[in-house]
Design a binder for this molecule. Structure first.
Ligand code: 5RP
Length: 224
């Protein structure tokens, strides 16, 4: 199966995961990326079965609205029963690296407000140790060089993601050559650098379930 077919399969599995739990007042938390886009496209058929969605990016909000799904501000929504999103890497504890699409901060905020985080990913995202994928860090623009120097002290090779401005008006530094042994500790350590908005480690709030697309079918995995 191709990677796109695996993404389609996990998007379909996520629909089956939430479908029995949808009600007229349900607001869904929706992530960002190509896997999530496939989920959004399938969600369109169910749009009359729930109230609407909270989106983790302008791109996802636009796609949801394009399907006639109402998009709400998180401040209006309060908590959401489910947050459905992809990942760039995910380990056995369902800690993740996210932010390949630069939406990490809003993703982390919506995930924090979710009762359950459903991660949807193809098998290429499943890793033993996080860090082969460069870890994104969102910084306020004036702090970029300072934060980069601090990241070097921690052992990373920081690279400014040229030309990218986040939905929050900030910039992204990607940390290359940065293998992570203790994701929770490193998430907290990076967030403590002045000027960092957030980083792409999702460990303090990892996923509750992983729907992993493999050649043998979709595996439903819980945190080890
Ligand atoms: C965006 C993200 C995405 O979830 C992550 O990049 C995975 O994307 P894709 O589904 O396209 O592989 O964190 O900021």
């Amino acid at each position: 199966m191709t990677q796109d077919e695996l993404k389609d399969a996990v998007a379909a599995a996520a629909i089956e995961e939430i479908r029995p739990r949808l009600a007229g007042d349900t607001l869904l938390g929706i992530g960002t990326g190509s896997t999530t886009n496939r989920f959004i496209d399938r969600l369109a058929a169910l749009r009359h079965d729930f109230r609407g969605a909270v989106a983790s990016s302008e791109a996802s909000a636009e796609r949801l609205r394009g399907h006639g799904i109402e998009v709400f501000e998180l401040n209006e929504a309060g908590s959401v029963p489910f947050y459905i999103d992809g990942a760039d890497e995910v380990n056995a504890h369902l800690h993740m690296i996210k932010g390949g699409g630069a939406a990490l901060t809003r993703e982390k905020v919506v995930a924090a407000c979710a009762e359950r985080f459903i991660c949807i990913a193809d098998a290429s995202k499943r890793v033993e140790r996080l860090g082969h994928y460069p870890l994104p860090v969102e910084v306020i623009p004036m702090a970029r060089s300072y934060v980069a120097r601090e990241l070097v002290k921690l052992g990373a090779d920081p690279v400014y993601r040229q030309g990218v401005v986040t939905d929050n008006g900030n910039q992204i530094i990607d940390c290359f050559e940065f293998m992570i042994d203790d994701p929770e500790a490193m998430e907290a350590r990076l967030n403590a650098i002045v000027g960092v908005v957030t980083n792409g480690l999702f460990a303090a709030r990892g996923a509750d379930v992983l729907l992993l697309g493999t050649a043998q079918g979709v595996e439903r995995l819980l945190p080890a």
